[in-house]
Design a protein around this ligand. Structure first.
Ligand SMILES: NC(=O)c1ccc[n+]([C@@H]2O[C@H](COP(=O)([O-])OP(=O)(O)OC[C@H]3O[C@@H](n4cnc5c(N)ncnc54)[C@H](O)[C@@H]3O)[C@@H](O)[C@H]2O)c1
Length: 357
């Protein structure tokens, strides 16, 4: 067995992959982490949650109590170092991701890290370099980034349609990303780094090319905007091959969670995210209406995508690898968001600076 020096001390590098159930530690059991624990416990096969860690021990204990055999390990780096842990889900706040992901890479265990990979392009690139170095030695990738839309059946279908050539060359992509409301600390910059980041990954996923430049326009703000913030925003991405993606990000609509994507191509167009499940027709005092339900939040809209994402991650982690967006996707998203925040502040078209791999 080889060893490696990490912030948590000298650790064994896992040479082989677990044969039976994957023993998972979940770091951060707030909204997303608690969801992932419940998902792994009740709907995902081949894995079990053996440890949870959170800055609030009470919260961790509450979540652990729901899962037989699950321990609370107060220090997240100690959870990563624990010999009884084969793989890690990181759902702590973004500023802790870098150290936690790097500790997983240094120990050689698979990790599913919620977005963002890290808080800026430079630190994301450091993770890319660390994982590349591991991959060069072992031939395996370890870090998957939680861009779950790639696992949503509608997005997968849209990508398949583009790849089939049935609608010709894509030219323009229109995206809508709306939330009913956001907490008072949610700034316009967070609209880029927390919301539009998903469209960054969608654009790269659907069009299979990098984003070259970002521009952000600030329309007249809604009176429901968080005080002092620009909401909605109109963001455009210039893709490396000349296609344009526009994103309307509007997080105080008061309506529901609406995520739509329309691809306009040379020989047709296609749209997803219409929530057109059951269409209901009713009489109303001012005339008959036709209505469909809109998902109230992202967990309802993308619940199936999270399940597929985590099941595929578990299956891959049991083979010691990943099956989804990796470190480069996390880095590219960080680089685009860094440019996006600069574009928001300056009002100028801002080029994305991507490092060589
Ligand atoms: N993929 C998605 O659609 C999606 C949706 C929401 C959130 N997220 C991401 O998931 C992550 C968590 O978001 P959330 O909404 O669950 O936040 P949250 O605030 O509800 O939960 C975060 C939890 O982490 C704990 N924590 C704080 N410091 C920690 C540390 N050093 N180590 C471990 N835990 C720590 C907090 O006490 C809290 O319980 C963020 O990176 C966020 O961007 C992704």
């Amino acid at each position: 067995m080889t060893t490696t020096e990490t912030s948590a001390g000298v650790l064994p590098v896992m040479a082989d992959v677990p044969a039976d159930e994957l023993r998972v530690a979940v770091l951060g059991v707030g909204m997303m982490g608690a969801d992932h624990v419940a998902r792994l416990h009740s709907r995902i096969s081949g894995a079990r949650v053996v440890a949870v860690s959170d800055a609030f021990t009470d919260k961790a204990e509450q979540v652990a109590a729901e899962v037989p055999g699950c321990r609370v390990i107060a220090d997240p780096l100690a959870a990563i170092a624990d010999r009884g842990v084969d793989a890690v889900v990181i759902a702590s706040p973004g500023q802790f991701h870098e150290a936690q992901v790097l500790a997983c890479v240094h120990r050689g265990i698979p990790v599913l890290c919620e977005k963002p990979l890290t808080m800026d392009a430079e630190s994301s690139l450091a993770v890319v370099r660390a994982e590349d170095e591991f991959a060069a030695r072992t031939g395996r990738r370890l870090v998957q980034v939680g861009f779950m839309r790639r696992f949503d059946p509608e997005y997968a279908q849209l990508r398949g349609l583009i790849a089939s050539g049935a609608i010709g060359e894509p030219l323009v992509v229109h995206c809508v990303h709306r939330n009913a409301a956001v907490p008072p600390h949610f700034t316009s910059e967070m609209m880029i780094t927390d919301s539009v980041v998903h469209e960054v990954d969608v654009a790269r996923f659907l069009l299979d090319e990098e984003i070259a430049a970002v521009t952000v326009l600030r329309p007249r703000p809604t009176r429901h905007a968080v005080a002092g913030q620009s909401d909605p925003l109109l963001v455009t991405f210039e893709m490396a091959g000349g296609r344009i993606v526009d994103v309307e990000c509007f997080v105080s609509t008061g309506v529901a969670y609406e995520v739509r994507t329309e691809v306009v191509a040379e020989d047709g167009s296609a749209m997803i995210g219409l929530d057109a499940g059951l269409v209901r027709q009713t009489g109303a005092p001012s005339g008959a209406i036709r209505s469909t339900a809109i998902a109230p939040g992202f967990r309802e809209r993308f619940g199936r995508a999270y399940d597929i994402e985590v099941q595929r991650w578990v299956d891959a982690a049991r083979r010691g690898t990943i099956d989804g967006p990796g470190v480069w996707d996390g880095y590219a998203a960080s680089a685009v968001c860094t440019a996006g925040v600069e574009a928001l502040r300056s009002g100028q078209r801002t080029e994305v600076r991507l490092a060589q791999r």
